[in-house]
Design a protein around this ligand. Structure first.
Ligand SMILES: *[C@@H]1O[C@H](CO)[C@@H](O)[C@H](O)[C@H]1NC(C)=O
Ligand SMILES: *[C@@H]1O[C@H](CO)[C@@H](O)[C@H](O)[C@H]1NC(C)=O
Ligand SMILES: *[C@@H]1O[C@H](CO)[C@@H](O)[C@H](O)[C@H]1NC(C)=O
Length: 197
């Protein structure tokens, strides 16, 4: 009788942990593989619903191209990936503007706009780093403010070129990308914020 009792009291947890071990390892096998972007799709559907400026296709295409995004299976991971993606995009655009400014022949008005944009993009790159820190520390309100200011930088840059008639902004696509990538991050941050309450 004693033997049986000690067997059962040890045996059940042992059996349970064995069962848990099996079930976690099978669920790992079933977690998203390299081609599984269902979580990205699901999230982008919500993002596009919450923000009319954001197209579902742009969201899926952008997030899908981000490193490790197909492995993300919760909103927190995907949010971090999206802010990092935004940060890389900003750094890249900043370098592009810097190179562009090396051109000799340029309308002085365009040059002064580009200089403003370089400053805006430099600040935005730093702000993206802050946004990731805030996000990791679950300071979602701060992270929201950071990303919103990055979004504003993209429209400020683009609007600069509109102040003179006939001038075409050479940065329209990049500003648009910055605006939309920010919108994705903001949308995810706000979803997490709501879930956390
Ligand atoms: C959509 O974009 C327009 C133009 O940039 C902006 O005024 C508006 O606030 C944006 N809407 C949202 C929900 O972000
Ligand atoms: C920025 O992101 C957009 C949208 O994902 C992408 O099309 C573009 O190539 C990126 N640009 C840079 C310079 O990384
Ligand atoms: C911004 O990019 C999106 C997606 O690539 C496109 O649908 C939209 O027309 C662009 N907007 C502007 C103002 O260029």
């Amino acid at each position: 009788m004693m033997k049986l009792r000690s067997f059962s009291s040890f045996g059940i947890p042992l059996f349970l942990s064995f069962f848990l071990l099996i079930s976690t390892s099978t669920s790992r096998c079933l977690s998203p593989g390299p081609d599984d972007i269902s979580f990205i799709r699901k999230t982008c559907k919500k993002c596009a619903q919450s923000d009319p400026n954001l197209s579902y296709n742009f969201c899926v295409t952008s997030l899908q191209a981000a490193p490790n995004s197909h492995l993300a299976n919760d909103l927190r991971q995907l949010g971090k990936i999206s802010i990092k993606l935004l940060g890389r995009n900003l750094t890249n655009s900043r370098s592009y503007i810097k190179e562009f400014l090396k051109k000799k022949m340029m309308d002085p008005f365009v040059r002064s706009c580009l200089r403003d944009c370089l400053q805006l993009y430099s600040d935005a790159s730093l702000t993206a780093k802050q946004a990731i820190q805030d996000y990791k520390a679950k300071r979602y309100d701060d992270s929201n403010i950071d990303v919103s200011s990055i979004m504003d930088a993209s429209t400020t840059c683009e609007d600069g070129f509109k102040e003179k008639e006939g001038v075409v902004s050479p940065l329209t696509k990049r500003n648009n990308d910055t605006f939309l990538l920010s919108a994705i991050s903001l949308s995810i941050i706000n979803m997490i914020r709501l879930n956390d309450d």
